[in-house]
Design a protein around this ligand. Structure first.
Ligand SMILES: C[S@@+](CC[C@H](N)C(=O)[O-])C[C@H]1O[C@@H](n2cnc3c(N)ncnc32)[C@H](O)[C@@H]1O
Length: 208
C-alpha cells in the first residue's frame, strides 16, 4: 500500500525529466562522512535513498562496499549506467525496510528523512539502527530550520510544510534532532551547507 511518503511517480518523473539533477560531485556531507568512516574502519554501508549514486561512488572508490535502497527505478538505472557499479540497490520504499538481514557497519542517509512524516521518520531511524552492527555508525543529513524555505508553502504540521507541489518537508533544529535521535546513540550534530543549510546527524551503536 502506498502512503503519503511514497512518491514513486514523483521521483520517477523528476529523474526522467531532470536526469542527474544534483550533478556528479558528492555532497559535502558525503565527503565528511567518507573521511570519518575510513578513519573508523567502516567497510560496508547502507545508503537509503541512494538516488543515481553520486554520494555512493566516493565510498566505493575508498574500498567501502555499498548497498542502496531507492524508490525510483530510473534513478537505479542511472546509477548502473553512470557509475558502472554492480552494487545491490533494492527498489522500494524505505518505509518497507528491512530489505535484507544484513548488518552494516555504517549507514549514510542523505536528504531523505526530512521528506517523511513523523511515524515514518521514527521507523526509518529505528530500521537503520536495527541493521547497524555493534560499534557501527549511522549518519543522516536533514534540512535545517535556518533554510530560507522554512515556513514557506502550506503548513502541514509543526515544522512540516508542503514546499513544492508534491514534496512535504520537515525542518529540524537541535531540539527535534535530540528528540528523534536521542535513543539511537546520537553523539554529535554539525551544521553543514549543501543546497540549503543542513544538519549532519551522527549516531553510534554501542556494544549492547
Ligand atoms: C533529495 S533526494 C537525495 C538523493 C541522493 N541521496 C543524492 O543526493 O544524490 C531523495 C532520494 O530519495 C529517494 N526517495 C524518496 N522517497 C523515498 C522512499 N520513501 N524510499 C526510498 N527512496 C526514496 C528519491 O528517489 C531520491 O533519490
Amino acid at each position: 500500500m502506498t502512503n503519503e511518503n511514497e512518491k514513486p511517480e514523483f521521483w520517477e518523473s523528476s529523474f526522467i525529466e531532470k536526469q542527474a539533477m544534483w550533478g556528479f560531485e558528492p555532497s559535502n556531507s558525503a565527503v565528511v562522512t567518507k573521511d570519518f568512516f575510513i578513519k573508523n574502519g567502516v567497510k560496508n554501508i547502507l545508503i537509503p535513498g541512494i538516488g543515481y549514486g553520486r554520494n555512493a561512488q566516493i565510498f566505493i572508490d575508498n574500498g567501502i562496499t555499498v548497498t542502496g535502497i531507492e524508490i525510483s527505478k530510473t534513478a537505479i538505472a542511472m546509477a548502473k549506467k553512470y557509475y558502472k557499479t554492480d552494487i545491490t540497490i533494492y527498489n522500494g520504499s524505505v518505509t518497507d525496510m528491512p530489505f535484507d538481514n544484513c548488518q552494516y557497519e555504517g549507514v549514510f542517509c542523505y536528504a531523505l528523512i526530512h521528506l517523511l512524516g513523523n511515524r515514518e521518520r521514527q521507523k526509518l531511524i529505528f530500521d537503520c539502527y536495527n541493521q547497524l552492527s555493534k560499534n557501527g555508525y549511522m549518519f543522516f543529513t536533514a534540512i535545517s530550520k535556518s533554510a530560507s524555505i522554512y515556513g514557506k508553502g502550506k503548513f502541514v504540521s509543526k515544522d512540516r510544510y508542503q514546499i513544492f507541489e508534491e514534496i512535504k518537508m520537515y525542518f529540524y533544529d537541535r531540539e527535534s534532532i535530540q528528540a528523534e535521535f536521542g535513543k539511537v546513540g546520537l553523539f554529535e550534530i554539525i551544521e553543514i551547507n549543501e543546497i540549503y543549510p543542513f544538519f549532519l546527524i551522527k549516531c553510534r551503536k554501542g556494544e549492547t
